[in-house]
Design a protein around this ligand. Structure first.
Ligand code: BG6
Ligand code: MG
Length: 218
């Protein structure tokens, strides 16, 4: 029996990937760092620091800790300019319905996001009060793909791992959910999420009956 739905924010509830990309790109251009759209896909779900490390690549040794902090805070200020414009209309299609369906089945709802901006985004979408628990980029030390954020969230809900499903759009998120011992539901393409317990092309396609049936047969 599923009693908790732990949802990722960026890429599941709302599509902020483009904002993250444009903000990294703007910073990178100003700093003379190469960063192309093709490289953006692999940043999905990763923490701010891990993203910067991937963007810098082999050039990482040229940057001191203070320099890296400066680049991250610059990127974040550009990102915050973008999310300040968000409102209720920026929910991904199907996200609100998914939350309602989970509710109708008596499940608790939670957010487990790698982002330190998660609370701002939830506020702007007007859905903060819909969740019993909100975990974000401040909640645990080890980011996804570690299971820590998911375990921390289940703990806040007062649920054991096997009573929770996780909805994730990122490879690293599915990794974390599997390691946490939870039902891992992927939304997105097969090549990214073939390790999920069950996968749908988009949030709109997520079928709770199918998830519960699959879970009973695991
Ligand atoms: C994740 C996003 O949710 O949060 C990543 O998918 C992002 O792209 C990460 O890097 C950290 O976000 P923030 O807001 O703390 O920089
Ligand atoms: Mg995500």
């Amino acid at each position: 029996e599923m009693e908790g739905a732990i949802l990722d924010l960026d890429g599941v509830i709302t599509d902020t990937a483009e904002f993250h990309f444009l903000s990294w790109k703007r910073m990178a251009e100003e700093e003379g760092i190469e960063f192309e759209r093709e490289d953006n896909e692999k940043l999905r779900g990763l923490s701010r620091r891990h993203s910067l490390e991937l963007i810098l690549g082999e050039r990482i040794d040229e940057f001191s800790e203070d320099e890296m902090e400066r680049l991250m805070s610059k990127k974040n200020s550009y990102y915050q300019e973008r999310i300040a414009e968000m409102d209720e209309d920026d929910m991904l299609p199907g996200a609100r319905e998914l939350m309602e369906e989970c509710r109708e089945r008596g499940m608790q709802l939670a957010i487990a996001s790698a982002s330190k901006n998660a609370r701002i985004v939830l506020e702007n979408l007007g859905i903060t009060s819909e969740f019993e628990a909100i975990s974000d980029g401040y909640s645990v030390k080890n980011p996804k793909p570690a299971p820590d954020l998911f375990l921390h969230t289940a703990d806040k809900l007062g649920l054991s791992a096997e009573k929770c499903l996780v909805v994730e759009d990122a490879e690293s998120g599915i990794d974390g959910a599997l390691k946490a011992g939870m039902m891992a539901v992927g939304v997105g393409p097969e090549d990214r999420l073939d390790h999920a317990h069950i996968r749908f092309d988009s949030v709109e396609d997520v079928d709770l009956d199918e998830i519960i049936e699959r879970d009973e047969n695991l």
